[in-house]
Design a protein around this ligand. Structure first.
Ligand code: ATP
Length: 232
């Protein structure tokens, strides 16, 4: 069933964006379009931070339009600000399991387990500021893995990383989504990211988030609004 945006309309001042489509469960979808087209607004609406002007958002057939962000079946990763600076890596992860950080032994073991999986087993007691950008991204991904929510929203989380590191992170997302069976929506400005991770692409332009279509063909022969942007 996956994620359905049903006659969804989003408004920000004079800006308006419409979407009316479904992505199947476990799909990986790139969200591409010119600056200011509404990609972040779309993700914010799905995450529950931006109430729609009209229409509904459904997950697996259930209406989640009115649910507060924390009750939605999803995790969000932004470009930065994913970690609390005053907490250690282990505490940042623990928060995803227990908001007051009263972890059971099993939960502590789960935290250690995901940290090992992202190669940060020896950095659990560090604060984020004492990690590199790539390591911080891996902590944020470890939290996604730990929470194992069925829908993962990525808003250019790796834009600040170099190409090799970004490729590693995308591979990690691929692995995590594979392990948890998650549906992925990823905003990106880099068509190569879309080709690497996402068989489907949603083009956001001219007030519409278009229904997902196959990534290769839409990037090889883009619609006019996307063509100008990709030529940049
Ligand atoms: N608080 C606001 N009031 C009015 N308009 C807003 C507000 N915030 C954003 N907008 C407008 O909403 C539109 C969509 O913005 P959004 O950030 O979703 O675009 P985007 O596609 O994610 O852009 P980018 O690729 O540059 O991050 C833009 O035209 C922007 O100017």
């Amino acid at each position: 069933m996956g994620l359905t945006l049903e006659k969804l309309a989003l408004e920000q001042g004079t800006f308006r964006l419409e979407a009316d489509w479904t992505v199947p469960q476990a799909a990986r979808v790139a969200v591409i379009g010119p600056s200011g087209a509404g990609k972040s607004t779309l993700l914010a609406a799905i995450a529950g931070f931006h109430p729609p002007a009209s229409g509904r958002i459904l997950w697996a057939g259930a209406d989640i339009t009115q649910l507060p962000p924390g009750d939605r079946p999803l995790s969000v990763l932004f470009q930065d600000g994913n970690l609390f600076p005053h907490l250690t890596v282990a505490q940042n992860l623990g928060l995803g399991l227990s908001p007051r950080l009263r972890l059971t032994q099993a939960q502590r073991e789960a935290v250690a387990g995901v940290l090992a999986q992202v190669g940060l087993g020896d950095k659990a007691e560090r604060k984020p500021a004492a990690l590199s950008g790539g390591e911080q991204s891996r902590v944020a991904l470890a939290r996604v893995l730990l929470r194992a929510r069925p829908l993962l929203l990525l808003d250019e989380p790796f834009a600040a990383l170099g190409p090799a590191l970004k490729a590693q992170m995308l591979d990690l997302v691929d692995r995590i989504a594979g392990q948890t069976g998650a549906t992925v929506l990823m905003v990106t400005h880099d068509p190569e990211d879309a080709r690497r991770l996402c068989p489907l692409t949603v083009v956001v332009a001219d007030g519409t988030a278009a229904a997902p279509t196959a990534t290769g063909p839409v990037l090889d022969d883009p619609p006019p609004a996307l063509r100008a942007y990709l030529r940049g």
